[in-house]
Design a protein around this ligand. Structure first.
Ligand code: PRX
Length: 657
């Protein structure tokens, strides 16, 4: 929905009704050991980062390896920023080589578990060798600096090896999520002009095999810019190998040595393109470059997860998303951490797979998504209780607003009440975490991403661009550049300018609605496009959803608007119930009243529909666009290519029968 600029600002602000009173102080023992130990220290560093960004970021960058020092930290010619100008470095050198002269040489870099149960450990030294060898394979196949390479692989160590090998020689990778179809691959090849593609024969998912190579063959049929396909043997299935185009990863390794010095690249040299679907139009190729991105993910990983050398850190994201890039691969490795990777589904073979992995590996830090947390709640606590999760010391979430009740469950049931929870707000475009608690320093409130990270100048503005006061909703913008920001939409400067910088010139438009409370804490209410207008009141869907999820019988809820003659928009709630709960009309009435009590009569759903599951994108976000069509009785016509489970749609259409 577009905001009507002619209306008075008061009418265009997003109203916020959900008031969360719970406050959690950082546990004392955690704070004592943490890098940032108290609120005053956070404030001091934050102020410095805003007042003297050059000084602040130079200090962070100095902890990394530069082949040539930068002349200037930042140059801002809106809307284009450059960071660490004149500097030269190599990302894989920073993630690997720099640890080899320290005690980390023999430390586990990657702990991996396959869905069928195999395990592998790669030390920093071993990972370095594998990356060097594979980088030599790339060179052997005539892939060089600046060339674009598509990576379409399962979550196996080789996906990290492929990414790091590209970075080592200055090639630009574009990882395509392994759940995407042939069409998605073809679009991304066409947009990026990739000359090579790295894949596997297949990948395991819920006991079945996803035919990755077959999808690649379909994508390449009819001709593309891809000249070479390198295939890793993972599932050992029968596949077609195209003579002259396709080669086996393991065979290629036989021809190369283990010596491959990192190619120094300019700080602004492109590192990767990652496609993200906007709410409309074709996917955008978000372009990230090398120096600023590295500094951003290095320092956010260090401070937000407060990594210690002995930690086992697990971010459950797929490498196909930005979270996988920044916080499975590059951020942890740049910090010399042990990063755990798991190939498969959280409920395979049973819904306790995650808890088993945590128990068996003694995981200390868990970073996952609200959508997963809500699924765990739905599956029931008995799966959690079977396992010893006492190794955990810090929990994180990302990807969507987390409903306060889901936050509380995560904190209590998974964290045993002792682990700080960092609710991290950021985007593919921001490259790194932007609004987040620092676990030893910032008290948390369930449902709030709390305060901006160092150097992040975030604000909430009305339709005219004026900053709004406490507890008034508006649009979330960022008022100055930050090191890991996107540099462009690949090949489309005009779209980059229009999409992110035109509404409030010189300011980055996030597309999210939010409010700040009286303590300055940020509460993200979701995408602006999802805001409802009910009888002249602009309501964020996430607040109504959180009210529903706070009911003891509800597992998950998605709220959308449908045209309503009287009110402008009516509120329709799709609700999934916890395992074992009976759906009934009485319960529908109870849920309406529950929302009325929590938020106010204005937000009471006009209709509650029970659903077995909600339609989600592959990254776990609820597809409200589809629900809107269903709620208004229309046939679903929109693009459903990113929908995770098609059967959900058919069931939803019948959800009220
Ligand atoms: O709407 C916000 C939501 O996810 C969007 C970014 O999605 P994507 O580019 O796929 O990146 C996801 C991983 C960083 C944001 O515009 N979002 C992400 N994290 C949060 C969030 N909403 C609320 N709270 C969060 N912690």
């Amino acid at each position: 929905m577009k905001i009507d600029h002619s209306a008075s600002p008061a009418r265009t602000n997003i109203e916020s009704h959900l008031k969360e009173k719970r406050l959690f102080q950082p546990p004392r023992e955690f704070a004592q050991e943490a890098r940032i130990k108290n609120f005053a220290q956070y404030q001091r560093m934050y102020r410095e980062s805003i007042k003297s960004p050059g000084k602040f970021w130079a200090r962070e960058a100095n902890e990394l390896v530069w082949r040539k020092r930068w002349r200037k930290v930042v140059e801002w010619k809106p809307p284009f920023a450059k960071w660490f100008i004149g500097g030269q470095l190599n990302l894989s050198e920073n993630c690997l080589d720099r640890h080899l002269t320290t005690h980390r040489r023999n430390k586990a870099a990657i702990l991996w578990e396959g869905e069928p149960g195999e395990r592998r450990t790669l030390t920093y030294q071993q990972l370095h060798r594998e990356v060097c060898r594979f980088a030599n394979v790339l060179k052997r196949n005539k892939i060089g600096k600046g060339d674009r390479v598509i990576i379409y692989m399962p979550t196996i160590p080789e996906v990290a090896i492929a990414m790091l090998a590209c970075a080592r020689i200055g090639a630009v990778h574009s990882v395509v999520f392994g759940g995407f179809s042939a069409d998605s691959i073809r679009d991304r090849i066409a947009d990026s002009g990739a000359i090579a593609l790295i894949t596997a024969d297949g990948s395991y998912r819920r006991g079945g095999i996803v035919p990755l190579k077959k999808n690649v063959d379909d994508a390449l049929s009819g001709g593309t810019s891809v000249k070479r396909v390198i295939v890793f043997q993972r599932a050992h299935t029968e596949i077609h190998m195209e003579e002259g185009r396709d080669v086996w990863w393991h065979r290629e390794l036989e021809y190369v040595g283990g010596d491959c010095p990192p190619t120094p690249v300019d700080s602004e040299h492109p590192l990767y393109i990652l496609y993200t679907s906007g709410s409309t139009g074709k996917p955008k190729g978000i372009l990230h470059t090398t120096g600023g991105y590295l500094v951003g993910i290095y320092s956010t990983t260090k401070y937000v997860f407060d990594l210690r050398d002995e930690d086992i850190y697990w971010c459950t994201a797929d490498v196909g998303w930005v979270t996988g890039h920044s916080y499975v691969v590059y951020g942890p490795l740049a910090n010399g951490a042990t990063t755990l990777m798991y190939e498969g589904a959280p409920n395979w073979p049973e819904p306790d797979r995650f808890w088993r992995i945590i128990e068996e590996n003694r995981v200390n830090i868990l970073y996952t998504a609200p959508t997963a947390i809500r699924a765990f709640i739905r599956w029931g606590d008995q799966w959690v209780k079977k396992h010893d999760l006492s190794s955990l010391r810090l929990l994180g979430t990302v990807g969507e607003p987390i409903n306060p009740e889901a936050w509380m469950w995560y904190h209590k049931t998974i964290g045993g009440g002792r682990c700080p929870v960092v609710d991290t707000w950021w985007q593919t475009e921001t490259g790194a975490i932007m609004i987040t608690p620092l676990p030893g320093a910032i008290p948390t409130k369930p449902g709030s991403a709390t305060l901006p990270f160092f150097g992040v100048d975030a604000a909430i503005v009305d339709a005219r661009g004026k900053e709004v006061g406490p507890n008034v909703g508006g649009k979330l913008i960022i008022r100055r550049p930050w090191p890991s920001m996107l540099r462009n939409i690949y090949g489309d400067k005009e779209r980059y300018k229009k999409q992110y910088w035109s509404e409030y010139p010189g300011n980055y438009l996030t597309g999210d609605g939010a409010r700040r409370d009286q303590d300055g804490y940020f509460w993200i209410v979701g995408r602006i496009d999802d805001v409802l207008n009910v009888a002249g009141h602009r309501l964020g869907t996430s607040e109504i959803e959180s009210a529903l999820v706070s009911h003891a019988r509800v597992a998950e809820a998605a709220v959308v608007g449908r045209p309503d003659e009287l009110k402008g928009q009516g509120v329709v709630a799709f609700v999934t119930l916890k395992a074992g709960v009976e759906a009934s009309n009485d319960l529908k009435g109870e849920l309406r009243e529950h929302v009325g009590r929590h938020i106010g009569a204005i937000a009471k759903p006009d209709e509650v529909r029970f659903a077995e599951a909600l339609p989600k994108t592959r990254s776990g976000k609820i597809m409200r666009r589809l629900l809107k069509e269903i709620a208004s009785g229309a046939k679903v016509t929109g693009d459903t290519t990113t929908l995770e489970d098609f059967s959900v749609l058919a069931k939803l259409a019948q959800s009220d029968e």
